[in-house]
Design a protein around this ligand. Structure first.
Ligand SMILES: [Zn+2]
Length: 244
């Protein structure tokens, strides 16, 4: 077993790379609060032990996890949530528009890939769900969660309906899920969206947090002037004009 690949972003905010699986530079995030650990996304279905090792490396225990926030229902983000939710009295939080997909009550919509996205991922013909996970609390744009100085929920529909991002005041950081990504040194509009025009409109909303730090579902973290990078995000996988 290799050591967890952790990156400290602020005294309380840590990024954990999930090295397994096919996804581009997959991350989840850990917030170490005085009253417990909050996880933002949970990697693939086989990531729970790695996350436990990361928590131990940071001087906490798996029983200290008391909140999981899921940015959206995809398997590489929800994968280990159901398992981790069984470690202790964990509150599972998801966007109201995504909760039925996280819990498995409904099948989530398929992403609509552009021709360029198909060059990096085969056409997706089955909704990329994670193992079903209960949702204890559904949140909406503007809701505030009791960690990181009042983590503010940002509704970012587009990658999926009901996707959420979080702004963490105590870290001056935004965690975007798949609304935004880092790819080859560029900050880009996230890929594999159900509604990429809606997703593109969310960039300005995320940038309006004025966050210094941005942690993406995929790719490297931006640690300075993240809001400017997100406001000017590029779209290298945009549909070509003759498509549609
Ligand atoms: Zn996704």
């Amino acid at each position: 077993m290799s050591a967890p690949d952790l990156q400290q972003l602020t005294p309380s905010l840590h990024r954990l790379r999930i090295p397994t699986g096919p996804a581009h530079l997959l991350n989840c995030y850990l917030w170490l609060g005085a009253d417990g650990v909050t996880l933002v996304d949970t990697g693939w279905p086989d990531s729970a032990e790695l996350i436990a090792d990361a928590i131990a490396a940071l001087g906490r225990q798996r029983a200290d996890v008391h909140r999981i926030v899921l940015t959206h229902f995809h398997e590489d983000h929800v994968g280990s949530a159901a398992e981790i939710a069984g470690w202790s009295a964990v509150e599972v939080v998801a966007g109201a528009g995504n909760a039925a997909y996280v819990s498995g009550e409904q099948r989530g919509p398929l992403p609509r890939l552009t021709e360029l996205e198909k060059t990096i991922h085969a056409e997706i013909d089955e909704s990329p769900h994670g193992p079903p996970c209960r949702v204890d609390r559904q949140v909406r744009d503007g809701d505030v969660l009791d960690f990181a100085g009042g983590a503010r929920v940002i509704g970012v529909p587009g990658h999926t309906p009901g996707s959420i991002a979080l702004y963490l005041p105590d870290a001056d950081a935004v965690l975007t899920g798949d609304a935004v990504a880092e790819f080859d040194g560029q900050v880009i509009l996230g890929v594999f969206n159900t509604d990429r025009e809606a997703a593109a409109r969310c960039l300005a909303k995320i940038a309006a947090t004025n966050a210094q730090i941005a942690g993406f579902g995929h790719g490297e973290v931006v640690r300075v002037d993240a809001h400017e990078r997100i406001r000017s995000a590029t779209d290298p996988f945009a549909p070509s004009p003759q498509a549609n």
